[in-house]
Design a protein around this ligand. Structure first.
Ligand SMILES: NC(=O)c1ccc[n+]([C@@H]2O[C@H](COP(=O)([O-])OP(=O)(O)OC[C@H]3O[C@@H](n4cnc5c(N)ncnc54)[C@H](O)[C@@H]3O)[C@@H](O)[C@H]2O)c1
Length: 243
């Protein structure tokens, strides 16, 4: 069982990769940041992991990464699309370049990785894709319009792919994380204490979520316990948004 996790060097991506490795997957971590440390740590705990430098906005990079991971670990049966960027600023100031760059990573990157993985999964008789979206697409977030737009697109893409790939026994689901205490979050909020207070007020559960709690939801959707679930977006947000 081989799983691909994009953005595997990041806070949530590395937790997802570790969780899938503990569940018996050989894990390929793709990132533009250095993933060798996380991969080595997974191996030191008895797991199988391969870190590959890959820019998910670049089709050739993706093709090379999948070729290498398929040779070294076996063809993937799980893809977790997770790599993303988070530009912030007022909508009126967003440049076309910034908009395009966000779409290139957060949306086009998910599409290209999914298309690449789908072919392997069809050849192997099926598989499972989990797209990491976000609850922000419900519309209560300000000053991140390109990001919010791509996250809504991922929910729609999840449904479109579930419909088309279902006949190949490929399931496509999404998780929509709420707010997790990552470095990216810390860098975006000047008054972190006030932000944390607002977050906990908005949630039904009155505590911060852990990376492992998000990783567990991804592992559920990636694995056989969700074998009859496809096209769904699971909010993992402590009961912030209820749909
Ligand atoms: N942290 C949260 O609270 C939160 C909330 C909602 C959704 N999410 C989603 O969770 C996912 C992971 O976010 P995170 O908080 O772990 O952020 P993070 O910044 O720690 O991780 C993102 C990773 O993506 C990588 N990346 C960026 N551009 C890339 C590219 N072009 N090619 C390959 N890799 C690239 C980064 O290097 C980084 O390692 C994202 O999809 C994000 O939208 C996070």
């Amino acid at each position: 069982m081989t799983a691909v996790v994009t953005g595997g060097a990041g806070a949530l991506g590395s937790a997802i990769a570790r969780r899938l490795a503990r569940g018996g997957h050989a894990v390929a971590l793709l990132d533009i940041a250095d993933v060798t440390g996380t991969a080595a740590d997974i191996r030191s705990r008895g797991g199988v992991a391969l870190g590959i430098h890959c820019d998910v906005s670049d089709r050739d990079d993706i093709a090379h990464a999948f070729e290498r991971l398929s040779t070294e670990l076996g063809k993937p049966t799980v893809l977790v699309n997770n790599a993303a960027i988070f530009p912030s600023g007022s909508f009126l100031d967003v440049s076309v370049e910034e908009w395009d760059e966000t779409v290139a990573v957060n949306q086009r990157g998910y599409f290209m990785c999914a298309q690449q993985a789908a072919q392997s999964m069809i050849d192997g008789g099926g598989g499972s894709m989990v797209n990491v979206a976000s609850i922000v697409w419900h519309g209560f977030w300000e000053n991140m319009s390109p990001y919010v737009t791509t996250k809504g697109a991922i929910v729609a893409m999840t449904r479109a792919l579930a419909r088309e790939l279902g006949p190949h026994e490929i399931r496509v689901n999404a998780v929509a994380p709420g707010a997790f205490p990552t470095a990216a979050e810390r860098s975006q909020h000047a008054d972190l204490a006030a932000y944390e207070r607002r977050t906990i007020e908005s949630q039904s559960l009155k505590r911060r979520g852990t990376f492992d709690e998000l990783a567990a939801a991804v592992a559920f959707l990636a694995g056989p316990d969700s074998s009859f679930i496809t096209g769904q977006t699971l909010n993992v947000d402590g009961g912030w948004v209820m749909t």
